[in-house]
Design a protein around this ligand. Structure first.
Ligand code: SAM
Ligand code: DTB
Ligand code: SF4
Length: 337
């Protein structure tokens, strides 16, 4: 049997066309180009590297909710803001319940199933064994399994790889310069180390960030610079627009202007041509037309299903109609990326 290229994690000839030495200034200049020029260039890059024009549908499930010891200012799951957000904490879900949700997501058309736990880090023991069973179950169903569990050491990454994990999501969230304004309980270095452990285990990397937290354009360019200096580039790059959740320190922040999201996606597409750029949190606040503009600017994946982790996402019927209106095809076979 021929193993698809991306399964082998081997470079192919297009890798020599990828750059890992973009400067912040170069990326900032791209981000600030006249919009139509920027989108045009992103479309050209997208067409060259993704001629199939597919959109990947990734469903999300919060398998352990709330009571997280970290203080990420955007996050409704942090224990630091629990009194204000009123979010109900829930312990780790049973494996069968998770697999039932995965089956429903698959029936609805998802090809990736991403399970998120509000942990600072993975700890060994029964709960981790349960997560490994979830990964095995989702993989056996023929979906790509992705998890996001906080920090991870090498040994844990190896065990997840052995269980069949396709991708690990660990976002850098923002620029190194702005990071201290948003999170104080773990460092940027900690994040990069987890990502390196994931990569070393042969699991694909899903890493991106959030816009709309009060950062500057330069911070956005700097965040992209960190991502595209990784070699290889992260296979998936989620670009989230902040969902301002009442009770979190960023709960009153004005939602990001949709065209800023378009610019961020287009710049990510140009800097990381082969990656799947995911139009992630924040779609509830976007019109269908703004979302289609994001797809035209190079996004080729969305979170699919009525819920993200704790907040709402557009309904599936609406999303399928949007993709059809955009004239794109839904990725139905994970061997094509
Ligand atoms: N605890 C794990 C961690 O932080 O790595 C995994 C779950 S955490 C919720 C995953 C990512 O979701 C965060 O890194 C952040 O980028 C994104 N996120 C969380 N809350 C968000 C919000 N209100 N708006 C946009 N993105 C958000
Ligand atoms: C990512 O970049 N965004 C997702 C996923 N990775 C885990 C999470 C978005 C969370 C939005 C807020 C919530 O629903 O709690
Ligand atoms: Fe915890 Fe992750 Fe939320 Fe930060 S983003 S508070 S680590 S669940």
């Amino acid at each position: 049997m021929t193993i698809p290229q991306h399964e082998r994690h081997l470079p192919d000839e297009t890798d020599t066309m990828l750059r890992h030495d973009w400067s912040i200034d170069e990326l900032l200049a791209i981000l600030q180009r006249p919009l139509t020029e920027l989108v045009h260039e992103a479309q050209c890059v997208h067409g060259r590297f993704h001629p199939e024009g597919t959109v990947q549908l990734a469903s999300l499930l919060s398998i352990k909710t709330g009571a997280c010891p970290e203080d990420c200012k955007y996050c409704p799951q942090s224990a630091h803001y629990a009194n204000e957000t009123g979010l109900k904490r829930e312990s780790l879900m049973a494996v069968d319940d998770v697999l039932e949700k995965a089956r429903i997501a698959k029936e609805a058309g998802a090809t990736r199933f991403c399970m998120g736990a509000a942990w600072r880090q993975v700890r060994g023991g029964q709960e981790f064994e349960q997560v490994l069973d979830m990964v095995r179950g989702v993989t056996e169903m023929g979906m790509e399994a992705c998890v996001t569990l906080g920090m991870l050491n090498k040994e844990q990454a190896d065990r997840l790889a052995d269980a069949g994990l396709k991708a690990y999501n660990h976002n850098i969230d923002t620029s190194p310069e702005y990071y201290g304004e948003i999170i104080t309980t773990r460092t940027y270095e900690d994040r990069l180390e987890t990502i390196a452990n994931v990569r070393a285990a042969g699991i694909t990397v899903c890493s991106g960030g959030i816009i709309g937290m009060g950062e500057s354009d330069r911070d956005r360019a700097s965040m992209l610079q960190v991502l595209c200096s990784m070699n290889p580039h992260p296979e998936s790059v989620p670009i989230n627009a902040l969902v301002p959740v009442p009770g979190t320190p960023l709960g009153n922040v004005k939602p990001v202007e949709p065209l800023e999201l378009v610019r961020m996606i287009a710049t990510a597409r140009i800097a990381m041509p082969k990656s799947r750029v995911r139009l992630s949190a924040g779609r509830q606040g976007l019109s269908k037309e703004a979302q289609i503009l994001c797809l035209m600017a190079g996004a080729n994946s969305i979170f699919y299903g009525e819920k993200l982790l704790t907040t709402a996402n557009p309904d599936t019927i609406q999303d399928l109609a949007m993709i059809e209106d955009a004239g794109m095809n839904i990725l139905s076979d994970n061997s094509v990326i």
